[in-house]
Every structure is written in structure tokens, then in C-alpha cells.
Design a protein around this ligand. Structure first.
Ligand code: HPA
Length: 235
């Protein structure tokens, strides 16, 4: 086992879906996968391996924010040889035209987190990007499934609650949605030369104040999961 994951070597698939919420990992495993084995309960950050259409795939909770996600992503790669990590999660729409339930593919991720500056030093403003092959694959999978998707820049905020950041300016410069993880995932993907992508659904809109109803959450979650699982098994 690694420090935070109690799996034996070989128990985790090469491709991992990575929701923030460990209970969502449980839900995905129970509702979308066959022959499921739970490999992690450490800190209740549940992890499961199962089969989707006959292909092995794992689902691991990441926790919220770049610090938590970075622990699990690094251990998945270094100790278990994971080669593809697809974050599945929710995000807040930053523009009026990002509607509740929209599925968003993260092409890159802007951040106010210090992880990029701490990696490269003063004066370098690194641009964390998702893997193009994975992005291209997810985009085409979504088209095949008739799931409309947006592709764009995700603002990964260090704080869920902040009044200081000019979200409108970020939106004016092309950021479509905000969450708290993508930049950290893409940075780690680049560091270890593995494939990473974020597939998100819009759960609330910062401009209009709208939030998803239970029904909208369920439908958009299902769309996101179908695209993510199909992309995952093709990776
Ligand atoms: N901000 C940050 N993270 C989020 C949001 C948000 O508005 N919505 C879903 N995850």
C-alpha cells in the first residue's frame, strides 16, 4: 500500500475516474461497473476497481481542492502505475451561456493556486493543459452519444469562498467554469507524463445564481459518466 491508498499492487486499473466525493466514487462503482472490488477505505477516501463493457477501470475519490487531489493522483501514478486519470466533477458556470447541466471538457486550467509557481519559480506562469488525445476522444465520444459539450479553460480556485477574485475578468478572457482541482491534476499529469482530463457538469451558475435541481443533477451526472466511462475504456 501507499501512504493514503490501501491497495495491493495490481489492484488498481491503468485508467482511473477521479470524482472529488468518495461517496460519488461508491455510487459510480455500484451503478455503472460490474465485478466491483473495493480497494481503499483509508480516510474513507473510497476506491474501487470494476469492469465497464468488459474493460477494467477504477474509480477513486480525490477529495476537494488541489492539495488533496495531488496526494491521491501522485500515489496512483507512482505506486500503482496509473496512466490515465479523468476527473469527473461539478463546476460553477462563469458565463451566462454556460447552462446548468452542460457537460464541459477542460482543455486547460487557470489557477490562483501556488502549485504552478512553486514548481517553476518566480516569473514563470505555467499553463496546465489536459491531454489532447484524451480531450479529442472525449469530444468525439460525446458527439457519438449526442451529448452536447463545451470545451474550455477551467478556473481552479484555491478557495471555494472568495470575494477577491475578478471572476468576470477571467470569464472575459475565456474561462468557462470554476472548480478547485483541474490545474493540479493537469500539472501532475505533465510531471509524470500520463494522460489527464477533466469532464465536468455545470451544477451552478455564478452569474445568474441558478443551481441544479435534483433532476437536472441526475441527468447531467449520467451524461458525464457515460462520456467519461467510454473515454476511459478507449484510453
Ligand atoms: N466554485 C468552486 N467549485 C465549485 C463550484 C463553484 O462555484 N461549483 C462546483 N464546484
Amino acid at each position: 500500500m501507499s501512504t493514503h491508498i490501501g491497495a495491493e499492487p495490481g489492484q488498481i486499473a491503468k485508467t482511473v475516474l477521479f470524482p472529488g466525493d468518495p461517496l460519488r466514487a461508491k455510487f459510480i462503482a455500484e451503478n455503472f461497473l460490474d465485478d466491483v472490488v473495493q480497494y481503499n477505505t483509508v480516510r474513507n477516501m473510497f476506491g474501487y476497481t470494476g469492469k465497464y463493457k468488459g474493460h477494467l477501470i477504477s474509480v477513486q475519490g480525490s477529495g476537494m481542492g488541489i492539495p488533496s487531489l495531488s496526494i491521491y493522483a501522485t500515489e496512483l501514478i507512482k505506486f500503482y502505475g496509473v496512466q490515465t486519470i479523468i476527473r469527473v466533477g461539478t463546476a460553477g458556470g462563469m458565463r451566462e451561456d454556460v447552462k446548468i447541466g452542460d457537460v464541459i471538457l477542460g482543455q486547460g486550467s487557470t489557477t490562483d493556486s501556488a502549485v504552478t509557481a512553486n514548481t517553476f519559480g518566480a516569473g514563470i506562469y505555467y499553463a496546465p493543459l489536459s491531454n489532447f488525445e484524451l480531450l479529442d476522444s472525449a469530444y468525439h465520444v460525446a458527439q457519438e452519444m449526442n451529448v452536447p459539450v463545451r470545451v474550455g479553460n477551467i478556473f481552479a480556485a484555491d478557495r471555494f469562498y472568495n470575494d477577491e477574485i475578478d471572476m468576470k475578468k477571467l470569464a472575459d478572457y475565456g474561462c468557462v467554469a470554476t472548480e478547485m482541482e483541474s490545474a493540479g491534476l493537469f500539472l501532475i499529469g505533465a510531471k509524470y507524463n500520463i494522460k489527464t482530463l477533466s469532464i465536468l457538469t455545470c451544477s451552478d451558475n455564478l452569474v445568474t445564481g441558478e443551481a441544479a435541481s435534483a433532476k437536472e443533477r441526475e441527468q447531467s451526472f449520467t451524461d458525464m459518466m457515460k462520456v467519461s466511462l467510454e473515454t476511459g475504456i478507449r484510453a
